[in-house]
Design a protein around this ligand. Structure first.
Ligand code: PLP
Ligand code: COI
Length: 365
């Protein structure tokens, strides 16, 4: 893959606002690459982040054939940026593409595109607790057609967003309401793929939970409305007896999180047992009340680890771990973020440093 680098006109020094917030600020460049059936991927380029021109009949606007990823570049003590398991995002992108009948992207090219863009936009990487350059690779169907079939053309693009902590409160417990009415995903559906419709379908429940004083919803399985699946757009885990981390087993309708997978690998090295299980929500709430569950937390790239302070169900609240961040979530958060920010050794080989593209920051290459 040859990436054509176009100059950008705005080369004024980067100044980041304070606080940064999450997801509302973008860097000046975007990576784009086009796909046509019969021709394959072509025209990879990095250039100014202009509006995308789409025919009003573009397939993505009607059928929603679109997938995305989320990963981050972390500023390391040596001033370089580090990526965290981008090959896992590449694999998931391709699994999502397959589920949505979209073309795959060679993992090495998916990562090379991220690296090239991040290297050029190095100056936008924020410093500070929970801060990162959030990376959003996307693929959308661009063919103008109202037919309900796979599009014959696609756009793969990547935007970067200098971001503060996902929750403005940082590493503070959030309140989660058990969702009774809506489901996020069903067996055989698209829940294990990172496709935009999953998020659109989650908004009504999330807005209602927010209006009722909660930050997230706890999704239950679609068939029995009984088994815990995810917490908002994050995976969820419970700590039993202060020593065992238990997370819902991947059911086919749960998104296989990279943070979740990292926690399952890291926690045993911190001395905790780990288990993937089917978790009945009523048993979970009873175990919280009885003190058998000592902590609960969410896991996802955006927030990394967020403690859960209380669950709401049937207009009642159940407080977990005294409503404060517990020691297990705190230790896992520290250990994982120390690796991500390059403050600790990485025995798992999860991180890779990106050298800044100093010589081409302002244009031609
Ligand atoms: N579940 C959903 C629905 C998500 O959107 C995400 C975020 O990508 C996650 C879980 C966590 O996945 P990861 O840890 O790979 O970010
Ligand atoms: C996550 O990283 O946990 C997310 O779900 C990202 C979100 C902004 C879609």
């Amino acid at each position: 893959m040859q990436i054509h680098i176009e100059p950008i006109t705005d080369t004024s020094p980067v100044t980041l606002p304070e606080p940064l917030g999450f997801g509302n600020l973008f860097t000046r460049r975007v990576f784009t690459r086009r796909y046509e059936a019969g021709r394959g991927w072509h025209d990879a380029s990095i250039g100014p982040r202009n509006n995308i021109a789409l025919d009003p009949g573009a397939h993505v606007l009607h059928c929603g054939q679109a997938i995305f990823e989320g990963t981050k570049a972390y500023l390391r003590p040596d001033g370089r940026l580090g990526l965290f398991r981008p090959e896992a995002n590449a694999e998931r992108f391709n699994r999502s593409a397959e589920r949505l009948a979209m073309p795959g992207v060679a993992p090495a090219e998916f990562i090379a595109a991220i690296e090239a863009l991040v290297a050029l936009e190095h100056a936008w990487a924020p410093r500070g607790e929970g801060a990162s350059l959030y990376i959003r690779p996307v693929m959308i169907a661009t063919e103008a057609t109202l037919e309900v079939r796979a599009s014959r053309s696609y756009l793969h693009y990547i935007v970067l967003s200098p971001a503060g902590p996902f929750f403005a409160s940082g590493f503070q417990p959030v309140a989660v309401r058990v969702e009774e009415q809506h489901v996020r995903a069903a067996p055989g559906g698209t829940g294990a793929a990172k496709t935009i419709g999953n998020y659109a379908g989650s908004l009504a429940a999330t807005e209602a939970a927010r209006a009722a004083g909660y930050q997230q919803v706890l999704w239950l399985d679609a068939q029995e409305r009984r088994f815990v699946e995810e917490a908002g757009a994050m995976n969820v885990a419970f700590v039993y007896g202060g020593t065992e981390v238990v997370t819902p087993a991947l059911s086919g309708s749960i998104l296989p999180g990279i943070t979740r997978d990292s926690v399952l690998r890291l926690a045993p090295d911190l001395g905790y047992a780990v288990r993937e299980a089917r978790l009945d929500v009523d048993e979970v709430l009873a175990d919280i009340t009885a003190g058998r569950i000592t902590e609960a937390f969410c896991m996802g790239t955006a927030a990394v680890i967020v403690p859960i302070g209380r669950f709401g169900r049937h207009a009642r609240d159940v407080v977990v771990g005294g409503g404060v961040a517990g020691p297990v979530a705190t230790r896992i958060y520290r250990a994982l973020t120390d690796i991500q920010y390059g403050r600790a050794d990485d025995p798992y080989g999860w991180t890779r440093a990106v050298e800044p593209a100093v010589s081409v920051v302002h244009g031609a290459a």
